[in-house]
Design a protein around this ligand. Structure first.
Ligand SMILES: [Zn+2]
Length: 165
């Protein structure tokens, strides 16, 4: 079993840039498998049934059968190099201070929220724990955990709410 433990490394880094064009992805709200990306303007998703668990929320149409999770590509600078890492929901929530759904709803009515979120994170000092991709095809190291190091750090959603107030 020893070989199953992913190799991790913890390091200090600075956020160089965040890819704001795709901050989250849709999953089935029951089994959390990735759903095919539909056009975001098509909010009448009642017809989309998860093909994995066959979950169709017809009995409760008010609650959606999909939800969003963060998946963020960002480039970070350690003391030796600049490289791209991928950050999934649990780690991203630490920096955003909200769920991907909350952020998405905020961004829907606040133009450039994603761009400004990326800007807010640029330059932040972080302590990150990275793991090598489990799947040999994945190209980026994955952020397992993240701790903001700046004493005055505030989550992205707080900065945005102030910015758009
Ligand atoms: Zn499902």
């Amino acid at each position: 079993m020893e070989g199953d433990k992913p190799l991790t490394v913890t390091l200090m880094c600075t956020v160089v840039a965040v890819d704001h064009t795709q901050l989250c992805y849709r999953v089935c709200s029951r089994c959390e498998k990735t759903l095919p990306q539909t056009h975001e303007n098509n909010t009448s998703s009642s017809s989309s049934v998860c093909k994995y668990c066959n979950f169709n929320n017809a009995f409760n149409p008010l609650s959606s059968n999909s939800k969003r999770l963060f998946r963020i590509l960002m480039s970070i600078a350690s003391d030796t190099k600049v490289f791209v890492v991928v950050m999934f929901d649990r780690a991203a929530r630490v920096l955003f201070g909200c769920s991907a759904d909350e952020f998405f709803d905020f961004a829907k009515i606040h133009p450039f929220a994603a761009e400004n979120a990326a800007k807010a994170l640029e330059g932040e000092m972080l302590r990150v724990t990275l793991s090598e991709p489990k799947n040999g095809n994945a190209q980026h190291q994955r952020v397992v955990s993240v701790v903001p190091l700046r004493s005055g750090f505030r989550p992205v959603i707080e900065i945005l709410r102030e910015l758009y107030a």
